[in-house]
Ligand binder design. Structure first.
Ligand SMILES: [Fe+2]
Length: 332
């Protein structure tokens, strides 16, 4: 059984980019798995030289096929890292500004036919829930028999994360987090006022230890609420107005002030408080002593370190490709 997992966009590198929501359809990659064993895996950005490539991962597919010595027509299953419903919604949104008379399946089949000259039957294509792909990419590689699995990111498939229990080859979802409560977007929305943007989150995580969270702790407390049963709410709409009122907004290239460092520290503290809140509840409710993490927010290694040293869990596995490229690993 040969399975090819794909993440990335649905337009080719020389085509003008479709206007897509900036939290989705990036980090293109392909992963080829034969009977449960990874044969080849590569990120498109390594081959097309576009960081976080949002293009169709043609080069990655070609690379995976060449490593295995097979043609695209010999692949049993080709899987994409989002549900068909979500992809179709994104395509519909695009067709409001210009006609895109396609659905996701047809678009994927046409792309594969144009790039590889192979007619792929629809029955061999599958579209997988984005956060399930993240979750599987961590749990399947963790070596754990069972564990809690938290997939958290900016957004995808109308959600910003799921909490599940992995056991053997099964994943049971216990909670999902809507996009409006996105922890990835909380981070992104804040760093815009520090002169940063999408994919710069790690720089602000690195700035945070130079700051003191205390001066803006109360301000950040207005941006989220911790609710019962490990749930929470994020008020993304309050972030911009509050920051504009309370700090000197930094534009890219401007020097950092202590204020910017302190805001970074408060942001990091808020993220950590929310993730600990979720995990403490589900650690207790399920009795699981291990944890797997995936999704872009799981690249926050300050958070991961605190989780590890908190002893809340006996062991933690973080998917090294926690960003969307890693989804291509979790589609098999
Ligand atoms: Fe994601």
């Amino acid at each position: 059984m040969l399975c090819l997992g794909l993440s990335g966009g649905l337009d080719r590198v020389f085509e003008s980019s479709l206007e897509l929501p900036n939290t989705f359809l990036h980090d293109g990659a392909a992963v080829l798995v034969r009977d449960g064993r990874v044969i080849a895996a590569v990120e498109e950005e390594r081959l097309n030289r576009v960081k976080h490539s949002n293009k169709f991962p043609s080069n990655s597919i070609r690379y995976c096929l060449s490593i295995a010595g097979v043609e695209l027509g010999e692949i049993d299953r080709i899987a994409f890292y989002a549900t068909e419903a979500y992809c179709n919604t994104v395509i519909e949104r695009l067709s409001a500004s210009r006609p895109v008379p396609l659905d996701a399946k047809l678009l994927l089949r046409q792309l594969l036919a144009r790039e590889f000259g192979a007619e792929i039957d629809s029955s061999r294509l599958s579209f997988v829930n984005h956060h399930e792909a993240h979750a599987v990419s961590a749990f399947a590689m963790s070596g754990f028999d069972e564990s809690l699995v938290l997939a958290i990111d900016g957004g995808g498939d109308f959600l910003s994360g799921i909490l599940a229990v992995g056991s053997g080859t099964e994943l049971t979802q216990l909670a999902s987090f809507p996009e409006k409560n996105s922890l990835g977007l909380l981070y992104l929305e804040t760093i815009r006022y520090l002169g940063y943007g999408l994919f710069d989150e790690y720089k602000v995580m690195g700035l945070a230890p130079y700051g003191d969270p205390a001066p803006y702790r109360e301000l950040f407390a207005q941006f989220y609420e911790l609710l019962d049963n490990g749930s929470y709410r994020v008020h993304l709409d309050r972030i911009g107005p509050a920051l504009v009122r309370n700090i000197e907004v930094r534009r890219k290239g401007m020097p950092f002030t202590q204020q910017h460092r302190d805001v970074s520290a408060s942001l990091q503290e808020a993220l950590e408080r929310m993730v600990f809140h979720i995990l403490r509840h589900f650690r207790e409710a399920t009795g699981m002593t291990r944890l797997c993490l995936a999704g872009g927010v799981a690249h926050n290694c300050t958070l991961n370190g605190k989780l590890l040293y908190s002893a809340l869990f006996d062991d933690i596995f973080v998917q090294p490709a926690a960003h969307d490229a890693g989804c291509a690993l979790g589609l098999h």
